[in-house]
Design a protein around this ligand. Structure first.
Ligand code: AMP
Ligand code: MG
Length: 320
């Protein structure tokens, strides 16, 4: 199968209507999309990603009417609060599912994860296609999420027919996931939208769940790793290039290290901007993953605001 990259929304929509899968841009990372109502497409997503069947997909749509009429079982008023404040945007809600949403998508759970993404190309596609799209990140299971169309092609070339071009993903790390189906709202995955913002929006307290395997399977352990051994570190604990060996790549936050050749270093954000750091994180990891280094060291960022989610992804990229 030939994989092409293009900007043709009607072509993408036609492929989806023929039970095919298409890689799509979002503001977080690229997704691998199939119609929620196509068993064939949904099965293909799991196959192409080599994703275990216990890891559920996120359903993407363009408005809350669609959520109520096609995806969510109950008319939870908090869906409107989330929409007013954050959607389209990088937050995913987990609610009870309608019976029409297949258990393959939800990995056998009675709940479904839903998001309205903030990307004009994907929103146009969702409107043209008219049905919701199930879409996990467009990477092989366990590898770093793609943030450009080229990243997707690098790994899924020949396995999917079409990659819809949407430029660099602006946010660059996956959405915050909150569980609205439990008695207390819980954050299942950290992201750009923060605990305090969600509490302020919902006017209720929100609990942070530390990697609970069963309720959010994709959010445990080493999940976003590159192929080369990778270790997270704090600047104050920097081991030094002599100890690490010359063939080490270092991804630093905003300042280079003096004892390492500059070509062995990348900065997440020279100006110390956390948004820019999130945007660059996966692209930098991919770049160094291709360099034949013996190992990659990656510096933690300040642990506040978006930095909390960035550090979470750095820890999970870390294989040591
Ligand atoms: P991905 O978009 O590939 O990062 O994967 C989507 C992630 O959403 C999964 O790995 C789960 O962690 C989470 N998720 C999807 N559906 C549910 C659900 N019903 N309950 C809890 N977490 C979910
Ligand atoms: Mg993923």
């Amino acid at each position: 199968m030939e994989t092409t990259i293009g900007s043709d929304i009607s072509k993408a929509s036609q492929l989806l209507a023929s039970d095919e899968i298409v890689a799509v841009p979002t503001e977080t990372v690229y997704g691998l999309a199939g119609s929620v109502f196509s068993q064939k497409a949904v099965a293909e997503i799991f196959k192409v990603k080599n994703r275990p069947e216990f890891d559920p997909l996120i359903v993407h749509t363009f408005n809350t009417d669609e959520i109520r009429s096609k995806i969510a079982l109950e008319n939870d008023p908090r869906i409107d609060l989330i929409e007013d404040r954050f959607w389209p945007g990088p937050i995913t809600i987990v609610v009870k599912k309608r019976p029409e949403i297949s258990e393959i998508i939800t990995a056998g759970l009675e709940t479904v994860a839903i998001r309205i993404p903030d990307h004009p190309v994907l929103l146009d596609l969702l409107k043209a296609f008219k049905d919701p799209l199930a879409a996990p990140s467009a990477n092989p299971f366990g590898y770093i999420s793609p943030t450009t169309a080229e990243h997707v092609k690098d790994q899924l070339d020949g396995l999917i027919p079409y990659i819809l071009e949407g430029g660099d993903c602006l946010v660059g790390i996956e959405s915050t996931i909150i569980d609205l189906s439990s008695p207390t709202v819980r954050i299942l995955r950290k992201g750009k939208i923060l605990q305090e913002e969600i509490e302020d929006c919902l006017k209720e307290s929100v609990e942070m769940v530390e990697y609970e395997t069963r309720s959010s399977p994709g959010s445990f352990g080493k999940h976003y790793s590159p192929g080369v051994p990778c270790r997270a570190f704090e600047r104050s604990q920097y081991p030094g290039i002599k100890k690490m060996g010359l063939n080490t790549g270092v991804i630093a936050f905003n300042q280079i290290f003096d004892d390492i050749p500059e070509e062995n270093q990348l900065l997440l954000s020279p100006s110390g901007d956390l948004g820019e750091a999130a945007h660059n994180l996966y692209a930098h990891l991919r770049e160094f993953d291709k360099e034949n280094f013996d190992r990659i060291l990656i510096e933690k960022v300040p642990n506040k605001g978006l930095g909390i989610a960035i550090n979470d992804r750095i820890d999970r990229a870390s294989t040591d």
